[in-house]
Design a protein around this ligand. Structure first.
Ligand code: ATP
Ligand code: MG
Length: 395
């Protein structure tokens, strides 16, 4: 009997020793969540693998694999055929699978790779590969073996049941989301911050996000863009709470009362303090930003130190040593790039000095800040914050 199943390979969690069951059950629950709505499945654990067996003949494998490839903790997934561990059965199904690949893809060369987990099976791996390869060659005269650079590899795994497949779809690895606390991402509409959030989430950290907007100086569409970015990220995180903070009043005050060339840095300090307050309330343990050393005036080492000085929580800046091109590569891979480059203004670009200070002195900045009614401005912003719960588009 043949069954279509999905083989899921887990990464680092297999190194987790005694804690492994905790990571494993979190991963499985995240997988189930991501597959929600596609139909009934059985989930079977086996060493560093997890098999997903749909109970319904019409299961949508493509969507399922696409969703699973976004679940952190998974290294790769494969659509596989599960068959009885019996060499005649393996041969018969190998021919079917190869026939389909040759028809669909026009492949000309192949090799067979075998793993034998079931030591009671009378043939050893090289022998299985050899005999199966010969059987395929006898039946497909258009095919030849190429061990170095084949068009496809037929993988055979002989275990309690046996599995054959040819496709391996890479996923992102990382740790299961929710195994490492929660952090608050400062999410702008730019290219960097979604990537920064994704990188920390990849290590198992749950995300919430905070966005500062300056209506009516920034448009409703700028806010929609940030919601859309959050939605794209939520495909990796299942759900993200987005705190949308009205920042106009604060910015107008800074604009009016503080020196022009200190505006950016004071604004950024305000953002960090508000984000930290919101993070504390939500039980987040760290902040995340998309800053990278030297990228803009507000990201010189002096500026970073001045922004950092107003908060107590750890601030994660996973892009700190990356070049823009490297960040863009990830943004493309995780699907945020096209949305990030939509040309809507950000609150940071609305009130911007022509020549912002690149070496702000904290003492001077603090003096300027003392002209502001800091507590009232912060409380107003926080009180009027809108909280949205963003979930992925199910496709
Ligand atoms: P990004 O591409 O993420 O917008 P950037 O290169 O434009 O970054 P800045 O505008 O200096 O750099 O912002 C630095 C970081 O500050 C951002 O990565 C983000 O974490 C945070 N940030 C900036 N603007 C906002 C905003 N409007 N709301 C929330 N966070 C913001
Ligand atoms: Mg920006």
């Amino acid at each position: 009997m043949m069954k279509n199943v999905i083989l899921v390979r887990c990464g680092e969690i297999i190194l987790k020793g005694l804690n492994r069951p905790v990571f494993e059950s979190k991963l499985i629950s995240n997988m189930k969540k991501s597959l929600y709505g596609l139909g009934k499945i059985d989930v079977i654990k086996s060493q560093s693998r997890i098999y997903i067996e749909p109970q319904d003949g019409n299961y949508d494998f493509e969507t399922a694999m696409n969703r699973l490839s976004k679940v952190f903790g998974i290294v790769s997934v494969s659509p596989v055929w599960k068959i009885d561990t019996d060499f005649e059965t393996i041969k018969e199904h190998a021919l079917k699978m190869v026939g389909d690949l040759v028809d669909r893809m026009g492949y000309k060369t192949f090799k067979v790779e075998t793993k034998r987990g079931n030591k009671r099976f009378p043939m050893e791996s090289p022998e299985i590969s050899r005999e199966l390869g010969a059987h395929i060659l006898n039946n497909f005269h258009s095919l030849s073996v190429d061990v170095n650079n084949p068009d496809f590899i037929l993988y055979v795994e002989v275990r309690e049941s046996s599995y054959i497949y040819s496709e391996i779809i890479p996923a992102n690895g990382g740790m299961p989301l929710g195994t490492n606390g929660k952090a608050m991402l400062l999410l702008s509409g730019g290219i960097d911050s979604p990537v920064a959030g994704w990188m920390i989430a990849k290590r198992g950290v749950e995300l919430e996000a905070v966005h500062f907007y300056s209506y009516p100086y920034t448009s409703e569409r700028a806010k929609e863009k940030v919601i859309e970015l959050t939605r794209i990220l939520s495909a990796y995180c299942s759900e993200i709470k987005l705190h949308v903070v009205p920042f106009t009043e604060f910015q107008l005050e800074i604009n009016e009362k503080c020196p022009q060339d200190e505006m950016t840095i004071i604004m950024r300090r305000a953002m960090m303090m508000i984000a930290e307050k919101i993070a504390e309330k939500s039980g987040a343990l760290a902040l995340i930003t998309g800053e990278s050393v030297g990228q803009v005036a507000s990201q010189t080492l002096h500026s970073l130190a001045a922004t950092n000085a107003v908060v107590h929580m750890p601030v994660f800046r996973p892009l700190i040593g990356m070049d823009k091109n490297e960040v863009i590569d990830i943004a493309r891979k995780i699907d945020t790039f096209e949305t990030s480059i939509l040309p809507y203004e950000d609150c940071c670009t609305v009130f911007v000095a022509k020549h912002p200070k690149t070496k702000p002195q904290i003492k001077r900045i603090e003096q300027s800040e003392s002209k502001l009614d800091w507590d009232t401005l912060m409380n107003n912003a926080i009180e009027n914050t809108e909280v949205l719960t963003i979930t992925p588009n199910k496709s």
